[in-house]
Design a protein around this ligand. Structure first.
Ligand SMILES: Nc1ncnc2c1ncn2[C@@H]1O[C@H](COP(=O)(O)OP(=O)(O)O)[C@@H](O)[C@H]1O
Ligand SMILES: [Mg+2]
Length: 213
């Protein structure tokens, strides 16, 4: 069975932190891994990310945004994810197709069937086998993300979306929770308000059980 594990949740929910920590642990256990993220998991995806996250492109329409994320995903799935799964590696991916439903669907208001169609084509119908959903109030997530960005002084994913108002982020959060309710078997919902170590313990336990370690 494929082992594609995705990390999802709003900006600042701790996805990247938790993924890095669990990856370090799995590497110590000699688990064969691919650690990757969207949209920047390939060279082409990084260039697409450069268009998406360019501050001058603040007026980019929702459809363009959706197609660009899917364009990056199409390349990512074919170039990186499928070959790794074929080699029986466990793939840890920071954001995947659920993010397109949450951000461009629930957040931007694009039609669900349209998103499903472009997601299915870009991912070749590949579905995550396990999705960890980091959930917390948007005010807390955005505050964490802003503190992080000020520290790093770099524009990132949050740059494009941080301009959006709280309503937008609340729609994204609620959207993720709807996706979870539609597919409770695939998702594991994580209370992301807790401290890093407590969350990491839960993440490790869940992933190790999932990969039978
Ligand atoms: N459980 C936590 N409690 C407090 N701060 C956290 C927690 N998890 C992550 N952070 C910090 O919050 C910021 C955002 O975390 P990050 O992992 O980058 O989130 P995401 O990848 O979901 O946007 C980082 O500066 C990180 O160090
Ligand atoms: Mg991140």
């Amino acid at each position: 069975m494929n082992k594609l594990i995705t990390f999802e949740g709003i900006e600042g929910s701790g996805k990247s932190t938790q993924m890095r920590l669990v990856a370090e642990h799995l590497i110590k256990l000699n688990v064969p891994l691919l650690i990757t993220q969207e949209p920047s998991g390939t060279d082409i995806g990084r260039k697409i990310g450069g268009i998406l996250f360019n501050r001058e492109h603040y007026y980019m329409c929702a459809e363009t945004e959706a197609f660009l994320f899917c364009a990056a995903r199409a390349q990512h799935v074919r170039e990186m994810i499928l070959p790794a799964l074929k080699q029986d590696r466990i793939v840890l991916c920071d954001r995947f197709s659920d993010a397109t439903f949450a951000y461009q669907g629930f957040g931007r208001g694009l039609d669900h069937e349209f998103i499903k169609l472009i997601n299915d084509h870009s991912s070749m119908m590949l579905k995550p086998n396990l999705t960890l959903l980091f959930d917390l109030p948007v005010e807390i997530g955005l505050k964490r993300a802003m503190d992080r960005d000020n520290l790093l002084k770099e524009s990132s994913f949050s740059d494009r979306f941080e301009r959006e108002n709280l309503d937008f982020h609340n729609r994204v959060r609620e959207g993720y929770l709807k996706l979870y309710k539609n597919e409770p078997g695939r998702f594991h919902l994580i209370d992301a308000t807790r401290d890093v170590d407590t969350i990491q313990e839960e993440v490790r336990k869940h992933i190790l059980a999932f990969i039978n370690r």
